[in-house]
Ligand binder design. Structure first.
Ligand code: ASP
Length: 307
């Protein structure tokens, strides 16, 4: 087993700018990111699995009301929280995902249960909620997910009219990617989606290949941003395919795919890590909540584009 491991996390891409983004939120988010890095790093440093590490990191961010995943998720148009999550393991490309779940405290762990304890990859809505309670995952009253700030954002968006779309994704989705000491990669993503989403809208986060992908032959990727565009580009798989088929460097592949999405009109970002330990983040928004930690290196936590 090698001594090397790396974990990257994100807490959403958006319009955060230095000096404009509120100082209290800046501090809160950095603290949350650091706690998530610590949770994943503790597992990787002991020789644990990349999948365990990304799940642990994402669970911390799901429980943190400052991020749009688990507690603190945005509301649908009807005023409920419908949560999406996915996990993928690079060694055998096993994957699990859920969409529109309403009662599971940590949707990332439900996605993992779908992968490990069902014959399926993606479960949705009431069926996913039933699978969750049958599988014994922690169930919560939906009020657990509610924060007053998210409710205010829903009312503000609805007041702006029916065509309003949540383009300010500053409290986005969360995700993690890791390579463990055996050289295996894994990815996880979790989100409440977009404020005022309706008609059962599903974003890229729980779609394997769009917002989440992991393949030991290439990399592990987790995305955040305007999900519709990430779906159309097959973003996470596209980055892995470029690396695997052309030998392109991970940073270059990540930059190319986020640029391609921007050309189509969508903004956002990705985090990525490869079995050889190379790592990348790339975003076309002003900022992205993000963090990185590797064996023997100081952790890095950043928000704005200039850091
Ligand atoms: N990608 C997420 C979605 O479309 C949102 C985000 O990353 O902020 O649901």
């Amino acid at each position: 087993m090698s001594e090397r491991w790396t974990l990257l996390i994100h807490g959403g891409a958006g319009s955060m700018r230095r000096g404009v983004f509120p100082a209290a939120e800046d501090i809160h988010c950095r603290t949350g990111l650091r706690r998530a890095l610590d949770a994943g790093a503790a597992i990787l440093a002991e020789g644990g699995d990349a999948l365990d590490a990304v799940e642990a990191a994402v669970r911390v961010l799901e429980d943190d009301p400052g991020f749009n995943a688990g507690r603190g998720s945005v509301f649908t148009h009807e005023g409920v929280n419908e949560l999406d999550a996915a996990v993928m393991r690079g060694s055998d490309r096993a994957a699990g995902a859920v969409t529109g779940v309403t009662r599971t405290r940590n949707p990332v762990s439900l996605a993992r249960a779908v992968m490990e304890r069902s014959p399926h990859v993606l479960l949705g809505g009431g069926g996913a909620d039933r699978f969750s309670s049958e599988a014994g995952l922690e169930q919560v009253d939906p009020v657990w997910f509610r924060t007053e700030e998210r409710w205010r954002q829903l009312e503000e968006l609805k007041a702006r009219g029916d065509k309003a779309f949540d383009v300010d994704m500053k409290y986005g989705t969360v995700g993690a990617v890791a390579v463990d000491r055996r050289g295996h990669v894994a990815a996880a993503t979790s989100t409440g989606g977009l404020t005022a989403k309706r008609w059962g809208r599903i974003g890229d986060s729980p779609l394997i290949g769009a917002g989440t992908y992991a393949d030991d032959r290439a990399a592990a990727v987790s995305a955040t941003g305007a999900g519709e565009y990430f779906i159309r580009v097959g973003a996470a798989h596209e980055i892995c395919a470029r690396v695997r088929l052309t030998g392109e460097a991970l940073q270059s592949a990540s930059d190319a795919v986020t640029a391609e999405i921007a050309e189509l009109g969508g903004k956002g970002g990705v985090i990525a890590v490869a079995p050889d330990g190379s790592a990348a983040w790339s975003f076309t928004t002003a900022g992205m909540f993000r963090g990185r930690i590797s064996a023997g290196e100081d952790p890095v936590v950043a928000i704005y584009g200039d850091e």
